[in-house]
Write a protein that binds this ligand. Sequence first.
Ligand SMILES: Nc1nc2c(ncn2[C@@H]2O[C@H](COP(=O)(O)OP(=O)(O)OP(=O)(O)O)[C@@H](O)[C@H]2O)c(=O)[nH]1
Ligand SMILES: [Mg+2]
Length: 274
Amino acid sequence: MSLLNLSKDLLKAIDIVIEVADSRLPITSRHPSIQIDFKHKLKIVIYAKADLADLDKARLLINKQEISYFLTTKSTKQRQKILTALNDLGASLKQRSLAKGYKHGSLKLLVVGIPNVGKSSLINWLIGQNKAKVANRPGITRAPQWVRINPDIELLDTPGVLKHFKFDPSKTTKLGLVRLINAYNIDELELATSAIDFTSTFYNESLTNYLGANNDISLESVAKKFNYLKTGGVYDLNRAAKTFLSDFESGKLGKICLDIDQLKSLADLANVTD
Ligand SMILES: Nc1nc2c(ncn2[C@@H]2O[C@H](COP(=O)(O)OP(=O)(O)OP(=O)(O)O)[C@@H](O)[C@H]2O)c(=O)[nH]1
Ligand SMILES: [Mg+2]
């Protein structure tokens, strides 16, 4: 049984697996077991939320051996290109089946990925209608649901499943920062401090623009910027943390690549192998 508890017959019927990941986390948002669970299926990786990502960095971090696309469902610009690619793949699979002597019905695609990466949004974007339920928190799609794109292609939307995986703390923080896991057990002040540290290390200019040039880089400066005061005149750091996390996640600090630290590891690796 695969991680999604799909039946063997259903799995057998699937022609292509579309793994959805987040463009801001091209490494960390990849599902830990999809490579193993679907190793014999044709796979496409869609890096969604490209409108929020520092794509120059993100593109350096992906596996070039895979068929992959960066896209945003906030614009229809790339929709036709993706539909054409799916149709072409479908046509070649159909031809292969016919050559082997059996009939191939409509192309069946399985959409999988960790929670909240944008699986249902991608499906709605492809069909041009809001059929799959979408919201900005993990756990929205509860059960697999078939959606037809056109007479030739059907998609199976699935819930983001991550139950049995334990990530190391740095990965949990990264996923929590872009709301791909519920970060309830991570302290909000701690998470916001990580967001500030990350931004000041890798996107310092954006942070300075956000805070105003004369402010220190701290949560207190965020509270100052918004004039968040508690009774007694002390800065309300919890409120500042909430605002900063929301602004960070929604792109108000600019386009980011949260796996940017992995570029250094790649560069180190290149130096070793040189
Ligand atoms: N900015 C931006 N937001 C997006 C994009 N795609 C999806 N979102 C937002 O991401 C959030 C999650 O989207 P969903 O489509 O519900 O994600 P999901 O992977 O189906 O989530 P689960 O069903 O909970 O696993 C929603 O708030 C979407 O509006 C995108 O390309 N750009
Ligand atoms: Mg969903």
